[in-house]
Design a protein around this ligand. Sequence first.
Ligand code: NDP
Length: 285
Amino acid sequence: MSRKITGATVVAGVAGAPVRHSLSPIIHNAWIEAAEIDAVYVPFAPCGDDFRRFAEGLRGGVIRGLNVTVPFKEAALSVADEVSQRAELAGAANLLVFDEDGRIIADNVDGLGLLAAFTAQVPDFDPKAGPVAIIGAGGAARGAAAAFVAAGAPEVRVINRTLAKAEIVAGALGDGVRAYSLNGAALAFEEVTAVINATSAGLANEQLDLPLEATPAAAIVMDMTYKPLDTPFLQRARALQRRTVDGLEMLIGQAAPSFEAFFGRVPSPTVDVRGLCIEALGAKA
Ligand code: NDP
C-alpha cells in the first residue's frame, strides 16, 4: 500500500482481544483507498483487557471512531455518554464515535449487518413473513433478535443452552420474543422462515447438534461464525437442501454503516471486499 500518512490523516479502528486476525482493517482500508480519503483504519488490543481505560484515553480528538468486537461490546456500551436505541436493546455496542466535544456515542450496527447479509444472499427473504429462530443469547443473539423485531418479524424464538439467559433476552425485547432451551429446538424450528446460529460454539470448535430437519424446507439457515466460512452448521443445512447465509456477509454488512459513521461516505460497491476477506481467510469463494 503506497498511501501517505499526513498531518490531517483521520484514524479509526477496531478494538478486540484477540484482534490480530480481524478482517475489519482489510475491509475499511480497501474502502478508504477507493474513496481516496486521507484516513487509516488500525487494530487495537487494549492493554490488560481494560477497555474502559483504553476508551477514556481516546476521548477528545485522538480517533474518529472505533468498531468493538469480542469481548468488549458490553464494556463499550457502558463507557458511552450517548447510546442509540438499537445498542440499548442489544445490550452491547459494536460502534463508538468520538465527537469533538470529547463525548463517546455508542451504536450497534450488527443487526443492520445481519439483515444486509440476508438481502445480499437471499434477496427474496422477507423478515415479516414468519417466525425466526435465533440460537444463542449473548450480545450477538440479542442484537439479532432486536433487529428482527424492528424489521417486523411476527415472532422471534431465542434458543439457548442456558435457558435463563434466553428468558432475559425475551424479557428485554417484549411479547414477540420467546425463550427456548436447546431441548426445545425442534418445537422452536416449526414454521420458521430463518434459523440463525449466534452462538460462539464454532469458535471453540464445538458442534451444534440441532434438529435442522425440523425446519420447513424453505427456511434459510444462517451462521454468524465465518471462520471457517463454510461452517459444519451451514454444511448440514445445505445437505438438507436449505438455502444459507454466511457470517462474512454480516461482517461486511455491519462494516458499511460503520464506515459511513467514521468518514461520512458510503463505501464504494465496486471494491470486492468479500474477495479480499476470503483471500485473507484462505477460504474458497
Ligand atoms: P457471547 O459469548 O456473548 O455468547 C455466546 C453464546 O453462545 C451464548 O448464548 C452461549 O450459551 C452460546 N454457546 C457457546 N458455546 C456453545 C455450545 N457449545 N453449545 C451451545 N451454545 C453455546 O458471544 P457473542 O454473542 O458476542 O457472539 C456469538 C458469535 O457470533 C461469536 O462466534 C461471534 O464471533 C459471532 N459474531 C459474528 C458477527 C459477524 O459479523 N459475523 C458479529 C457478531 C458476533 P450460554 O449462554 O449457555 O453460555
